[in-house]
Design a protein around this ligand. Structure first.
Ligand code: ADP
Length: 474
């Protein structure tokens, strides 16, 4: 749970940090850029005004009273028009005219320190050598005569005007940013819907699975990574639950299959000890007991075999060998029982030799198990056909009998461990139900296939494939 909170919290934190950073950026960098841009822009237009005045009123520098008073009203009009103070300075810094002072009190201020090159530009900001109480933007244009600077027109405008303009622009930026941040909350919403909520459900499911509740249904739809993750997780859970079921079934089967021979052995032995079975009959029953122990042995061997096949990375000892002769050898080992049951094994083999690439020992075991079943489940005096064919670099081996067959609903189960059809139980009491599982494991380990076609009461055919040996071509 802590993780979820952290993830959401981190996202919110990142969002807040982003907003804060942007605000700081706007209030510092953007603000000062805007101010300097606006100042320059304002200075430009004031400069145009100042140079116009300097050209039109150049002669005022000669302090001709009449001329000054004539120009006064016009310059005052300009002052009002541009809301800025217009000054006229002579070359020694004496103020000849100030648009904000009345005619009666001619300005007597002298700004001998004034040096237009001070600011390195045509304008400066500040209190203009102590003349103002507030910060001013002062723009100056020289009055020239015969290529000589004889005075200056200076226009002063309070910086508060520029600052106010800057503030208005900043306000627009802040508002836009606010709207932008509101919209970007949509991202948070999308994040919540497509990441956070599904992730919550996945974590919940993972916790349920960890607690052993494999039946918990995880509902996350969608084709994105979240959907994929959820799908994988539920698949994993169903696989675990399936393998748990199998495990349980396996143990039940093993216990059952071990218990029945043990019960019968115990029964016979007890009967012999307490005299229920008279000593003259002992030998007969001891043979039965021996058979039962043999069944137990083959059961144990089967389980051990399956376990070794099952263990990951089963090492196959591949070689190229003649499957035809392998079939012949295996068939011969059943000679005795075949004669007894009057069963004949017919071999229909392709070519004299047919080389395959596989683990010979394991394939022999496959053939042995299949033939063993075919004989077990054949009626006496019947025939079993073993056939080899070849197609597309693969060899098909078929073992076919005309015995009891397999009921349709059991076909998919016969390869399961310990499975025996009801039909076969009466006919084969010693079977363990492991033979076909071993066959399947071996064929799968070879990355080959095994199939069965069977009709109840008619017979069965098991067909498996092997890869043809490349060496044989030469
Ligand atoms: P078992 O040791 O019982 O033969 P298998 O795994 O070899 O174990 O076979 C599982 C079951 O499949 C058998 O018990 C039988 O019911 C059925 N089966 C296998 N082969 C045949 C066959 N050729 N004909 C009929 N049933 C068969």
């Amino acid at each position: 749970m802590k993780l979820k909170r952290t993830l959401y919290f981190k996202f919110l934190l990142a969002y807040a940090a982003f907003a804060l950073l942007c605000l700081i950026l706007i209030s510092t960098l953007t603000s000062s850029w805007t101010l300097s841009l606006l100042t320059k822009d304002r200075a430009d237009s004031l400069y145009r005004e100042a140079s116009l005045i300097s050209r039109s009123y150049a002669t005022l520098v000669y302090e001709d009273r009449a001329e000054l008073s004539a120009a006064r009203s016009q310059l005052k009009a300009i002052d009002t028009y541009i809301s800025a103070e217009v000054w006229l300075l002579n070359s020694s810094g004496k103020v000849l005219f100030n648009s904000r002072q009345s005619e009666d009190t001619p300005p007597a201020d002298v700004y001998s320190d004034f040096d237009p090159t001070d600011s390195g530009s045509y304008y400066m900001t500040g209190d203009f050598y102590g003349a103002f109480n507030e910060e001013m933007l002062s723009v100056f244009s020289p009055i020239t005569s015969h290529f000589r600077s004889i005075g200056y027109v200076i226009i002063h405008m309070p910086m508060s005007v520029v600052i106010e303009a800057r503030n208005n622009i900043l306000l627009v930026i802040y508002n836009t940013f606010g709207i932008f941040m509101l919209f970007s909350l949509l991202i948070l919403l999308v994040f919540t819907l497509i990441v956070y909520l599904p992730l919550n459900r996945i974590i919940r499911a993972a916790e349920e699975y960890a607690a052993g509740n494999m039946d918990y249904r995880l509902k996350v739809h969608g084709q994105d990574e979240m959907g994929y993750l959820a799908g994988t997780l539920s698949y994993m859970a169903s696989e675990i639950s399936r393998s748990e079921d199998n495990q349980k079934k396996f143990i039940t089967n093993v216990s059952h299959d071990f218990r029945s021979p043990l019960t019968s052995i115990r029964g016979y032995l007890e009967a012999m000890i307490d005299g229920t079975i008279p000593p003259e009959n002992h030998e007969k029953y001891l043979v039965i007991v021996k058979n039962e122990t043999e069944r137990l042995t083959s059961l144990t061997n089967g389980i051990l075999e399956l376990n070794s096949l099952n263990s990951r990375g089963l090492i196959l000892d591949y070689s190229d060998f003649d499957i035809n002769s392998c079939i012949k050898q295996t068939a011969e080992t059943f000679g005795g029982i075949c004669t007894k049951k009057k069963i004949s094994i017919e071999l229909i083999l392709m070519g004299d030799t047919l080389f395959v690439h596989a683990d010979m020992g394991k394939i022999q075991q496959v053939l042995y198990n299949l033939l063993d079943n075919a004989i077990k489940f054949s009626h006496s005096s019947s025939i079993i056909k073993v056939e080899t064919t070849e197609k597309n670099e693969r060899v098909f081996v078929s073992v076919r009998d005309f015995g009891i067959g397999i009921p349709g609903d059991s076909i998919n189960l016969i390869f399961d461990r310990f499975y025996k059809t009801d039909l076969s139980r009466g006919k084969d009491k010693r079977g363990t139900g492991l033979g076909l599982s071993i066959v399947k494991e071996i064929i799968n380990a070879h990355k080959q296939n095994i199939n069965v076609i069977s009709t109840e009461g008619v017979g069965s055919e098991f067909i498996f494939t092997l890869s043809k040996s490349a060496a044989e071509e030469e």
